[in-house]
Design a protein around this ligand. Structure first.
Ligand code: SF4
Length: 860
């Protein structure tokens, strides 16, 4: 049968049942039926038998179950089936554990479904031909064994029982299948069984007699999407009641982009509906709930804990917002990459309400048995979330409410897993919850809209006034064959199974294209002429269609509109207010360094306090190692004072002395508690070796005394006084001083002290603190494999790496002038975005989003 749906509904009578491939088409036919009844002036009518085929199969199963002579197996629901597949995959592959267990279980279930639909037996010899097929056979046999021994039946195999017991079910007089492109052999068998019982089976295909189809070529995919959104808006403005459909293949993957483009074009979200639901786990309210349940008392990763600190879906999130943010920053600063919650709770004085919630949460978690039923775990999950105050103190909006309801329903549905496994652990139950949530594609209910954006298969056979199908290029349509990896390919080809071979795909896609061509009054198939560097053409399936030329209303993005509607005044804002006497400036000599590198950077860092967050790492960070080294050397020289004492130490005494100093440094730094003992011992050994090598170099110098270590000084430059801490000052034999700066990183260069904008102004600045006595400055580089001095001196000190610099006095005067100017610039508010060198100065700077340098030039 072929025609439009009005004709179909006109012929419908109470002895007919209409079956559709999906819920959406059934709903459309129901609506048409209702409209017909209203036209007939009826106020009440019997609900018509119009339903998706899956619902009908379930109704047949229920009917068979009520038959007194039959004892049927229990039909597994999809949650139970997924769980059972995962369980059998785990058992079947226990000798070669899989990395992606759930994904394999999902693929095995899909293969099993196809096999059942196409009546393939596991006994077929081709299942022995490769290890993948054989493994699948093993898994599938285990699955059937479980089902048989427990008297269960899965969601496809139960059709066999419907066919076998068909005579026990009353058969409808007429069955009409609407909108099916193809029907599997298994369903055909069932329909034939009904036919032998006297039912008439018919197929109905939509045919809109006035359908006209076109092709449209867009410059690229972005233009294609924007054009179809603009077209939708134009049509909607001309014909507000017209039903429009926009079919975007793989809609689930680009849903957010599609939403963004349509919202921008329509300037609101009221006129269109996007059908692709999102996985439940992608909704923040559910994501947070699952993450909260994963809190591990002894080892919660910082990222998980950080989410807890910032999520709004937890008790007192607003009230303690600032304190929780500070706690997060503190944890990062102290390099906590993994959190022991029980210990942390004792150290959260500023977040007392969170600490209280966590305490009760952990107590309840601790008091549970190791194994219990899914039902008991689900109840406990709910309790745990309640203890943490989920879903938060603010009122949630309607979509959030609907999504939260889904989770609560899921808690109830997962009780059904107790039929399969009676007792499981906390994390096993949580895994089932998470997996089940990830498989639910949910879309909060929104009011009906005249414009529908859909995926390819759900749009099939739906009636529209205007329909647009995107992505019809020669690379994408017909689709590439994609045989199921677990079913022997030879079998799939022989039986002409879905996606099994190219000619089948061609025929199938042809049929779909023809079906679409009849579905709307105006139909456009579009494609992009390029994808990256690849040139594309129209799919061969649409090449015979005439091209359409669209004259659409001009489109301007909101940004363009704003720009056009306003008179633009340019204001170069490169100067901040000068520093006032009440403004407290901290940052020491780092300020001069930042100002020299980029004035905006200095302004943002030291006046706006825009600093990057610390990045925790599993071991000690570079800066922690640097601090340990500085402290250890300070302690060493505080005890041994000069080179003479160093030379008098035997190797053993030196080793012991270093060991003591490092131990003491670790104790003072408080890092001991954060790392395993073994790790700390390794760090001590590493540092001891490094310092030993360093002191060998010190032994070879002319005699010296270390007169200052970590000396605090103040340097006045122009209006500002900077606090500084000089790593070390050595008194030399000639009574003069050498300033030393320890460096634990490589690539320190003397060149960085020169130019009008010195990149490392620290040592030149220290030199200015005592110009009469200081005769040299030097880096002391202590990196494994890279140890030595790098410096300059007025006199030849006979130290490798320290060069004689005869213009020392002139240079001191120059540094005074340059550094004073830099300080004055900072003081007066010079804040222009002016990196010393682009892109190298900006490469590791974290202020890019603030200064927006990337709008000027590309920095990768
Ligand atoms: S990214 Fe470059 S321009 Fe921007 S603040 Fe940092 S150094 Fe200056």
């Amino acid at each position: 049968m072929i025609g439009n749906y009005n004709d179909l509904i006109d012929q419908y009578d109470e002895e007919t049942i209409l079956l559709t491939p999906n819920r959406r088409l059934a709903a459309v036919l129901q609506q048409i039926y209702q409209a017909h009844q209203v036209e007939k002036n009826l106020s009440v009518w019997k609900t018509p038998e119009i339903m998706p085929i899956n619902l009908w199969l379930n109704q047949l199963w229920k009917a068979l179950n009520t038959h007194p002579t039959e004892t049927l197996p229990i039909l597994l629901n999809s949650l139970q089936e997924n769980y059972l597949w995962e369980k059998v995959v785990k058992i079947a592959t226990e000798n070669t554990p899989l990395l992606q267990l759930s994904e394999t279980a999902h693929a095995a279930k899909a293969a099993w479904g196809l096999m059942q639909q196409w009546d393939i037996s596991l006994d077929h010899p081709s299942f022995e031909t490769t290890s993948d097929y054989f493994t699948f056979k093993k898994i599938a046999l285990l699955f059937t064994e479980f089902c048989e021994s427990n008297h269960w039946v899965d969601n496809i195999s139960f059709i066999n029982l419907l066919i076998k017991n068909n005579r026990l079910i009353s058969s409808p007089k007429k069955i009409i299948l609407v909108g099916f492109t193809e029907v599997s052999p298994k369903i055909k068998n069932l329909l034939e069984a009904f036919e032998t019982q006297g039912s008439s089976i018919q197929y109905f295909t939509l045919n809109n007699n006035h359908a006209t189809s076109y092709q449209f070529a867009a410059a690229d995919k972005d233009v294609e999407l924007l054009t179809l959104a603009r077209y939708a808006k134009d049509i909607h403005e001309q014909y507000p009641l017209a039903k429009q459909g926009y079919v975007i293949p793989e809609l689930d993957k680009i849903r957010d982009r599609v939403q963004q483009v349509f919202t921008a074009v329509f300037e609101n979200e009221d006129h269109f509906n996007i059908s692709a639901g999102k996985s439940l786990t992608h909704y923040p309210i559910i994501y947070s709930a699952l993450l909260l349940l994963k809190l591990n008392p002894s080892a919660t990763p910082l990222d998980t804990f950080a989410h807890l600190l910032h999520t709004p879906f937890i008790g007192e999130a607003e009230y303690e917002k600032t304190a929780r943010t500070h706690l997060h920053l503190q944890l990062r600063k102290n390099n906590f990459s993994v959190i022991n919650l029980s210990t942390l709770i004792l150290n959260m004085p500023h977040c007392p309400l969170l600490a209280k919630r966590l305490t009760t949460f952990l107590n309840l978690q601790k008091s549970q048995p190791e194994y219990q039923s899914h039902a008991a775990w689900m109840q406990q999950f709910m309790q745990l979330l309640t203890l943490l105050g989920w879903p938060g103190e603010r009122s949630i909006n309607s979509p959030e409410y609907q999504v939260a309801e889904q989770l609560i329903t899921l808690f109830e549905n997962l009780n059904a897993l107790d039929h399969i496994d009676e007792r499981v652990t906390y994390f096993s139950a949580l895994h089932s919850l998470e997996k089940a949530a990830s498989k639910i594609l949910f879309q909060p209910k929104t009011p009906d809209a005249p414009i529908q954006i859909l995926g390819l298969l759900e749009a099939l056979a739906l009636p529209f006034d205007y329909l647009w199908i995107a992505n019809r290029d020669d690379l994408s349509w017909p689709e590439q064959p994609k045989p199921n990896p677990f079913i022997p390919k030879i079998l799939q080809r022989e039986l002409n199974m879905p996606r099994s071979n190219a000619s089948r795909e061609l025929e199938y896609c042809k049929a779909i294209t023809e079906q679409f061509k009849l579905a709307a009054t105006q139909m456009i198939f579009s494609y992009a002429v390029k994808k990256g560097d690849l040139a594309l053409k129209a799919s061969p399936l649409i090449r015979d269609l005439p091209p359409i030329s669209l004259s659409l209303t001009n489109y301007e993005s909101i940004e363009e509109k704003m720009l056009r509607s306003k008179h633009i005044e340019w204001y170069v804002d490169a100067k901040a207010p000068a520093i006032t006497s009440t403004e407290k400036i901290q940052g020491g000599t780092h300020i001069i360094k930042s100002q020299a590198l980029c004035p905006f950077r200095a302004f943002a860092e030291w006046r706006l306090h825009a600093h990057d967050m610390d990045e925790p790492s599993l071991g000690l960070r570079g800066k922690d190692r640097g601090q340990l080294l500085h402290k250890s050397l300070e302690l060493f020289w505080n005890t041994h004072h000069n080179q003479e004492n160093l030379l008098h130490l035997s190797s053993e005494s030196l080793m012991n002395a270093l060991y003591q100093c490092i131990q003491e440094a670790i104790k003072e730094s408080n890092i001991k508690n954060n790392y395993p003992k073994k790790y700390i011992q390794l760090e001590i050994k590493r540092l001891q070796q490094l310092l030993l090598e360093w002191l060998e170099i010190e032994k070879k110098r002319e005699p010296f005394s270390v007169i200052k270590h970590e000396k605090k000084v103040q340097v006045k430059l122009d209006q500002l006084t900077f606090d500084a801490r000089i790593d070390r000052i050595d008194l030399l034999e000639n009574g003069k001083k050498l300033i030393i700066d320890y460096k634990t990183g490589k690539y320190n260069s003397i060149q960085s002290w020169f130019s009008d904008r010195p990149e490392e102004p620290q040592l030149p600045l220290y030199a200015l603190t005592d110009t009469t006595q200081t005769i040299g400055i030097t880096f002391a580089e202590l990196t494994p494999g890279n140890i030595g001095f790098k410096g300059l001196s007025q006199y030849d000190l006979n130290i490798e790496g320290i060069k004689l610099f005869s213009e020392w006095s002139t240079q001191l005067t120059q540094w005074q002038t340059i550094l004073t100017q830099i300080s004055a610039d900072f003081y007066r508010g010079a804040a222009q975005v002016d990196p010393k060198e682009t892109p190298s100065t900006c490469l590791w700077c974290t202020l890019k989003p603030l200064c927006r340098i990337q709008e000027e030039c590309e920095i990768t």
